[in-house]
Design a protein around this ligand. Structure first.
Ligand code: PRP
Length: 217
């Protein structure tokens, strides 16, 4: 059936804001949506199937076509470089990707170590700066790295700045501003164009009207 749509949603902090945005666009989602441990949630009244994925994996599901569309952070899009269409800046989950580290410290002159979840973006950034660095890939709690002497700097998401502050770290440079994007599989975009265009236009009407959540507090 042409109008049944599979949507890959990122679990975790983006999820609530994304679900709220869909509700504002007029889609009826079950109230238990956010609390469930289910990884697949069908919403037959909207002809939706939601796949709840790790944020970093959303573009993978969409590229392979097992999800028609998805919601992914720009950070993930830059790192994953998947073959998907970026349809809309949803302007939610605003944050930035930054270089951070211990205050008043210089990076080592020879191959400074940078810990990050984003090795490709980090490599591209330091290459542009003309600096040769050694990248150490971590999967989370990146802020630990400079504190315990694993790295000179980190490249990580800064949202409220609390994690840096509470761990005695400072932000050195912003690499790029980040928001979440609506993405689509190129074939789905052609085959299910009416359905997807409808979602885009309904979301467009509610984007950035007012902040979905105040993430600065
Ligand atoms: C992200 C990011 C920072 C933190 C920034 O981590 O990696 O650690 O949020 O947010 P803040 O500026 O508001 O403190 P997340 O909680 O997603 O988990 P992670 O450590 O597994 O990456």
């Amino acid at each position: 059936m042409n109008d049944f749509l599979t949507i890959a949603m990122p679990k975790g902090r983006i999820f609530d804001e994304a679900a709220e945005l869909l509700r504002r666009a007029g889609y009826k989602l079950p109230p238990e949506f956010a609390d469930s441990r289910k990884l697949i949630i069908d919403v037959p009244q909207e002809n939706f199937r939601f796949i709840l994925a790790k944020p970093m994996d959303v573009p993978t599901y969409v590229e392979h076509g097992v999800a028609d569309i998805g919601i992914a952070g720009k950070d993930v899009m830059l790192e994953e470089e998947r073959d998907v269409y970026e349809l809309l800046d949803l302007k939610i989950s605003k944050c930035r990707l930054s270089v951070a580290g211990l205050p008043n410290t210089k990076m080592s002159d020879v191959a400074p170590k940078i810990a990050t979840k984003y090795p490709k973006v980090t490599a591209a950034y330091f290459r542009e700066q003309g600096e040769q660095v050694e990248i150490i890939k971590l999967n989370g709690s990146i802020e630990l790295a400079p504190i315990i002497g694993l790295s000179d700097r980190i490249v990580d998401i800064v949202s409220t700045g609390r994690t840096l502050q509470e761990n005695g770290l400072v932000e050195y440079e912003k690499i790029v501003d980040i928001t979440s994007r609506l993405i689509a599989n190129p074939v789905s975009y052609r085959m299910k164009d009416i359905r997807i265009s409808d979602i885009v236009s309904r979301l467009n009407k509610v984007i950035d009207k007012e902040p979905v959540f105040d993430t600065q507090g």
